[in-house]
Design a protein around this ligand. Sequence first.
Ligand SMILES: [Zn+2]
Length: 365
Amino acid sequence: MKGVLKLGKIAGIRLEVHWTFTLLLIWIVFLDIQRGGTTYSALMNIVLILLLFFCVILHELGHALTAKRFNINTKKITLLPIGGVASLEKMPEKPGQELIVALAGPAVNVIIAILLFLIVPMKSYFGLDADSLGQLLEAPRLETLLFYLFIANVMLVVFNLIPAFPMDGGRVLRALLAFTMDRARATEIAAGLGQALAVIFFMLGLFFNPFLILIALFIFLAAYSENQMVKQKSLVEGHFVREALLTNITVLHPDHSLEDVFAIILSGTEKDFVVTENEDIVGVLNHKEIIKNAKNGSIKVRSIMNTKFSCMNATDELKEFFHLINKEKQRFFPVTDNTNKLIGAIDAYNVSEFLMLKTNFIAKT
Ligand SMILES: [Zn+2]
């Protein structure tokens, strides 16, 4: 993701904050000034938000570290104004494991809430009528800050457990469904419910809180794309990379100029290229990189090719391709045979064409 501030690494996982997060802080200060708050109360509000997002990081770490126990790595945790996102390489496909990973996040907030409940004298807050509670909360004290943090953690648990796939509650639902039916069907049901809830969030957002609109869009799109992904994965079950292999590919040399590549692109339909030198695969030249450097035709392929690429083997299962897309954020990979010799390439376009041909075939027979 572009426009992120890197905070560092925890347990090998990158921690990033998206730039829009600063908008949230500005918005909080703005609200406080509008209410006639002091510098001190504005500061307290910012501290509260930062503490809350620290709890969100712990929540995401709950998912990530639990997934690690099932040998699934997490590349990074990103903080957005609407919450955190842990980029797991994949979700566990066994329903029991997915259930545990999904519950691990909210469980962290339950523990934090219990700890705060023990620390803060809750009775002095819960026993009050609305007016005196309001007065007490106006006065910025550490105890009040922790009380707010307690409420926020309880809300995090409740909100995350709403079964709006792919939020945690939706994943719990999918996992539970997947105990009794196949995963693709379970995902379809959970994603359908997720999208219906997203529409409701959107409408509520129009009237109450603009953040709900953002969350609604996020859920709607994420539910759609994960449903597609799982559907495609179930369709490619039992098929192998060699069946969707692009064999008619142009192989580049590192000393080719971009000008040479333009000629190849214009004379055919290829967009991404494998680069070899002395029969070794040394890089991948992606379409994005070509476009980015389009003004400089004399530049050599060597200086813009991606040298940190992954290869697939012709005998790999096709579903591994989807894992790789998710992991590498790339859609084109060189394919080798068992002797590590380049025999072709695979890309998302060709795989979806393979799927169309195959499902069409099934529909007719
Ligand atoms: Zn979560």
